[in-house]
Design a binder for this molecule. Structure first.
Ligand code: ZN
Ligand code: ZN
Length: 434
């Protein structure tokens, strides 16, 4: 029965062999030719003994028509072209496609690649019709074989998991295009000044077009951590665009100190990948407002890990109280806030862009330090996502408890710094990870 298909389609040795690709350690050509020759041998024997029937003759013709002319019988059957591969493995065709791919890739500096093979609809339909449980798609074979040849020509490795560039190719129509995957760079940033946002913040009036309010910059704040970090990286990689992923974010008026906040920057369609990160680091750090440390290359999956990992934080807040604050008050504050569950409804100041929900977060430890009668400093070790300004003010009862409610004196946050974004779930108030 497995030979019956040859009566309908004159599959070449390679394509016939591919129907049983998951059987035997042999190339598709070897397997296909061996199977055809074995059948020819059987039929030839039968014919010599005079035992052949009509079906044997039909199959004999079909095998000869498919290009396997090995019989000693005197038969003149013209070879027909294979409807499955249609010559896509022919040497000069492969050569043409290789040159085309190499020409497109010339513009890019990269390390790994992958071949993505695309088939015309009628070939897909044919595969669907003739498929056996041992078959592999012609897509696999073409991709593998073309990939091997391209790897040798380029002296670069194919990579199924994280290819820098995917060469999409339809060998039937000879269409080729490149998919240049992003380059990911991770590190930690410190924001040493207040007044810059983490990512580019467009002007609310003109939405980036430029107007009188934003002084025709299109932006609400003159600069951002994103822009300062991205600039030298975009110059070095000649990327098309970039995207900044931070492990959380601080407000515009909050500094990010200590050993910084983890981030990943994604460079879209980079022309150059092999860049000197030490040099980039120095370049960024010249800015003075933002510093980066530990730059290294990352993978796409790291972005998801960054976004889903809850990071505990240590903050420093300068608190202003409209009434006098005693040492006793501060002791009470440290006591009452230790391991305390805080319930927060979405702060009034962000209600315009976020849903009104209740958040539950925990404060683990607080240390205080009196500055003068109306000011004190707080070091707060707490869950990520806790709104610190509201933890202090109480936000008109929307955050409970709060520094204001515990002291029964109205307090506000005058200055806020992030001292530490903790990498894991442990860590003491001094920001040391245990
Ligand atoms: Zn074929
Ligand atoms: Zn504007």
């Amino acid at each position: 029965m497995m030979y019956e298909i040859l009566k309908k389609y004159p599959l070449c040795d390679r394509c016939f062999g591919r129907l049983f690709a998951k059987l035997l350690h042999a190339t598709n050509i070897e397997r296909g030719r061996a199977l055809k020759i074995y059948k020819l041998l059987e039929i030839e024997k039968k014919i010599n003994k005079g035992e052949a029937d009509e079906n044997d003759y039909e199959l004999l013709k079909a095998i000869l028509r498919s290009g396997c002319n090995k019989t000693r019988l005197n038969m003149e059957i013209k070879k027909e072209s294979c409807p499955w591969c249609r010559g896509i493995f022919e040497k000069d065709k492969i050569e043409r496609l290789l040159n085309k791919a190499i020409n497109l890739l010339k513009e890019y500096d990269f390390n790994t690649f992958l071949i993505g093979t695309h088939l015309p609809e009628d070939i897909k339909e044919l595969e669907e019709e003739i498929k056996t449980e041992y078959m592999e798609s012609i897509k696999q074979e073409f991709g593998r074989e073309f990939g091997k040849l391209l790897a040798i020509r380029l002296n670069k490795q194919p990579d199924k998991e994280n290819p820098d560039i995917v060469v999409h190719i339809n060998p039937y129509t000879e269409e080729i295009y490149l998919q240049v995957n992003p380059l990911f760079i991770k590190g930690r940033y410190r924001k040493l000044v207040r007044g810059i946002s983490q990512t580019i913040w467009l002007c609310g009036k003109c939405k980036g077009k430029g107007c009188e309010i934003c002084n025709y910059t299109g932006k609400k704040y003159p600069s951002s951590v994103e822009e300062i970090i991205a600039k030298p990286i975009m110059e070095a990689t000649k990327g098309k665009d970039e995207k900044f992923h931070g492990a959380g974010r601080e407000d515009v008026d909050v500094r990010m100190l200590g050993d910084g906040r983890p981030f990943i920057i994604e460079i879209k369609e980079p022309k150059i990948r092999n860049i000197d990160l030490k040099k980039i680091e120095e370049e960024i750090n010249k800015d003075g407002r933002v510093e980066v440390l530990n730059l290294s290359f990352a993978k796409r999956k790291d972005v998801i890990a960054y976004k889903n990992t809850p990071h505990k934080k240590t903050y420093r807040a300068l608190v202003e109280c409209s009434e006098k604050v005693s040492e006793e008050d501060l002791k009470k504050l440290e006591r009452e806030l230790e391991n305390r569950i805080i319930k927060q409804r979405t702060p009034k100041r962000v209600l315009h862009r976020r849903a009104d929900l209740e958040r539950i977060r925990k404060v683990y430890k607080v240390k205080t330090n009196k500055v003068d009668d109306n000011h004190f400093e707080m070091i707060i070790y707490c869950d990520g996502g806790l709104y610190i300004k509201e933890l202090i003010s109480g936000d008109d009862g929307r955050t409970k408890p709060s520094v204001s409610s515990i002291l029964n004196k109205p307090c506000i946050c005058k200055e806020l710094d992030v001292l530490k974004v903790h990498d894991n779930e442990t860590g003491d108030i001094n920001g040391r990870n245990e």
